[in-house]
Design a protein around this ligand. Structure first.
Ligand code: 5AD
Ligand code: SF4
Length: 487
């Protein structure tokens, strides 16, 4: 559960992960906090900012909630199930509080934002409710809560990016890290609660992003994933006379204050070192530009992998979802990716059973999946979220069994596509960044190819260490893993 298996925003493999800091931050702190994170990678990255804020307040992290003075849940609202999981976890912590009344329980993230002080009525023993833009106020809120008051701050901000806070890496493998480059989302996909829980889109100061990536590289990290709800609309304008141009290949960002686009930012991060791999997530099909694709193809260390959520293959449903592109537009983007980056891994997010979806719409989704030949997808059935455009405008009229049946079809097709994609890799040689031991055996290394596929190979006969690049010839595969040998 502690291994990173993907670089997408919603990595289900890490849900509810309990955190402890990586080396260097096991403080002599008098008080201890315990944090669990749910939902997207953004939340996991935010928990590392919270850890940094709490560290300055004198709290050290613990993996054992029973010894904690402060228990935090960094929550997700994207689907109802995510909220249910959090509520059942809270139930356990509330029981702990009964035997230890000084324990403070805090709810952070999207559920805090969505439910606000209603949370305190629903979940009486919660002491803190703090939204994604209010983490700087945690120290004051903790003081209030220790004084017996409830600490609530769910104010959203148009500016907050936590740019100046150096995250404390939690349970890191020391090789791959997530770097948040923007917050919020200005798209209004009708099914999605994120614009309401995370607020308006804002881009983080590019200079602080580069500094964070450089620091990671100097600490031995070999891969950064630039995170945002919609990274392609990254846009930062240097207000002061900050020199962003140094080291930016042939782009035109200058010290005179020209705006920095996502393509320029990618290039600048890639220029830190050829040994530092760069990934990013998530792209919106309407916003990913040729400039970004050309930048990826120009730099060997910008990974050939794009997570490009389609959501549905039906034009009628795409319109109801307010995705602002058509099936044809999406297909032309896939073609463009394959033209410019011939060997690019592509993955997607798909929702089945959205309002009014017919069997014909479902067929359109299946056909589009075949066209895109996704290497991997994250697939969900539609879950109505209160307050979203869809909840206000449309009836959630597809019975759950139909949603699930369609999801099952989508999952089956994706399994077939993933297997085909992996079979195509047999006999090929990939450059693999070694992230650590294989989950199954300490006799094998585990890493990823540029296309983001997990590659496992025996340690025997080669003297690599974690963080090295190995060339691996693929001999066999499972649905999710390539298995090979170093060459
Ligand atoms: N129901 C089901 N899936 C959803 N997603 C977002 N909102 C919902 C919802 N209400 C999925 C989308 C998105 C991913 C992060 O979660 O596919 O891309
Ligand atoms: Fe939600 Fe759409 Fe924004 Fe993604 S792009 S966070 S799906 S509103």
């Amino acid at each position: 559960m502690l291994e990173f298996t993907s670089t997408r925003l919603h990595d289900e493999s890490r849900q509810g992960e309990a955190y402890a800091p990586s080396a260097g931050h096991t403080t002599m702190a008098s008080k201890k906090f315990y944090i669990e994170s749910y939902g997207c990678q953004m939340n996991f990255a935010d928990s590392e900012i919270v850890a940094s804020i709490l560290h300055d307040k004198g709290f050290g992290a613990t993996r054992n909630f029973e010894e904690a003075d402060l228990v935090l849940l960094n929550t997700c609202s994207i689907r109802e199930k995510a909220e249910q999981t959090v509520r059942s976890r809270l139930h356990i912590f509330r029981q702990l509080k009964r035997s230890k009344p000084s324990l403070l329980i805090g709810v952070l993230g999207c559920m805090a934002e969505r439910l606000k002080s209603k949370f305190l009525e629903e979940e009486r023993l919660v002491d803190l409710v703090v939204g994604p833009d209010a983490y700087r106020t945690l120290p004051g809120l903790i003081d209030e809560a220790e004084g017996g008051q409830k600490g609530v701050n769910v104010l959203l901000s148009r500016e907050e990016t936590y740019a100046d806070i150096a995250p404390i890496r939690l349970d890191s493998n020391g090789i791959t890290a997530f770097v948040s480059i923007m917050r919020g989302c200005n798209n209004m996909c009708s099914f999605c609660v994120v614009p309401f829980t995370r607020g308006r889109e804002r881009s983080r100061d590019a200079i602080s992003i580069i500094q964070e990536c450089e620091a990671l590289f100097n600490e031995g990290y070999r891969e950064v994933t630039l995170l945002g709800q919609n990274v392609d609309s990254y846009y930062w304008y240097p207000e002061h006379d900050k020199d962003f141009s140094a080291g930016v290949g042939n782009t035109s960002a200058t010290a005179t204050g020209e705006a920095v686009t996502f393509a320029m930012l990618l290039e600048r991060v890639a220029n830190i070192s050829p040994l530092l791999r760069v990934r990013f997530s998530t792209s919106h099909p309407k916003d990913i530009t040729d400039e970004v694709l050309h930048t990826i193809s120009r730099y060997e260390n910008i990974c050939n992998y794009i997570h490009l959520p389609v959501q549905s293959g039906s034009n009628r449903i795409l319109q109801l979802m307010n995705r602002t592109y058509t099936r044809e537009w999406y297909m032309s983007k896939i073609k463009r990716i394959r033209e410019i980056i011939p060997d690019c891994g592509i993955s997607s997010d798909i929702i089945t059973g959205f309002c009014t979806e017919t069997d014909e719409d479902q067929q359109d989704t299946l056909e589009l999946m075949k066209f895109a030949r996704y290497d991997m997808s994250y697939m969900f059935f539609y879950s109505e979220r209160p307050g979203t455009l869809a909840a206000r405008r449309y009836k959630d009229d597809i019975p759950e069994e139909v949603k699930k049946k369609r999801l099952d079809e989508v999952v089956k097709l994706q399994n077939k596509l993933s297997r085909e994609s992996n079979l195509n890799d047999i006999g090929r040689i990939f450059k693999v960044l070694i992230e650590g031991d294989s989950k199954r055996s300490a006799e094998d290394w585990r890493g990823r190819s540029t296309q983001n596929k997990v590659v496992v190979f025996p340690k025997k006969g080669c003297d690599f260490v974690k963080g090295d690049y190995a060339f691996v010839k693929i001999n066999e595969c499972t649905g999710a893993t390539l298995i090979g040998e170093a060459v």
